[in-house]
Design a binder for this molecule. Structure first.
Ligand code: A4P
Ligand code: MG
Length: 183
């Protein structure tokens, strides 16, 4: 799979010397969720300080939280020279561009982008906690993430070890993203 097209993009990124590998979780259960996930991944990759490395399959998942439609969830790994807080702002701006409204906690949404892992960093600030505080308990996060980052550390455990014990019921592969669907 090749997400990057023109060579000039690599050249533009050549000046980026200090990069960190990160994992982002994606979720959507309002609107055309498949297209919204495609667009979000493209928006990430279009950012000059972010390179999308791997894209997991898209999974339909049963909602956790108030009654609402099923979700489409996925995960990507990226390399970035942004700080965690700069990256969070980019994620929130992509969410906002999708028409995301924040009315109900854990309620239905066009797009949710969570910073799951930022290298091996532990972050516990008022607006950002990494590793994402609930990821170890969520099949909808760990099933796609284990596909592309099973050997990454999440705290003191490997992602694949968290995956092996999490409840994976209700998480069903919808499609693989072998060729990126540029929109
Ligand atoms: N924030 C803190 N740490 C992070 C982080 N690591 N990544 C803060 C992203 N944001 C982080 O998020 C609220 C605040 O969390 C942000 O302002 C940010 O400063 P939000 O996206 O505005 O609200 P939210 O998503 O409703 O809350 P929260 O607690 O992030 O919920 P989650 O954990 O994202 O869960 N069921 C299924 N099947 N699939 C899903 O994808 N998602 C949720 C939302 C619930 N149920 C789901 C799914
Ligand atoms: Mg969120």
């Amino acid at each position: 799979m090749c997400l990057l097209q023109p060579e000039s993009r690599s050249e533009q990124r050549a000046s980026v010397m200090c990069v960190t590998s990160c994992a982002i979780g994606l979720g959507s259960n309002l609107g055309d969720s498949q297209r919204l996930l495609d667009l979000a991944i493209k928006s990430l990759d279009d950012h000059l300080q972010i390179e999308v490395i791997q894209v997991a399959g898209y999974y339909s998942t049963k909602p956790i939280g108030p009654p609402q439609p099923d979700y489409l969830n996925s995960a990507v790994t990226i390399a970035t020279s942004l700080s965690p807080w700069e990256l969070l702002m980019v994620l929130q701006s992509i969410e906002n561009n999708s028409g995301r409204e924040r009315q109900v906690h854990w309620g239905a949404r066009t797009l949710d982008l969570d910073l799951l892992l930022y290298g091996c960093w532990y972050i516990n600030t008022s607006n950002l906690q990494v590793p994402h505080p609930y990821m170890a308990d969520r099949g909808f996060v760990l099933v796609p993430l284990a596909e592309i980052a099973g050997d990454w550390w999440c705290g003191e455990k490997l992602v694949q070890d968290l995956w092996s014990v999490v409840d994976r019921a209700g998480v069903k592969l919808e499609c693989r993203v072998d060729t990126f669907r540029f929109v």
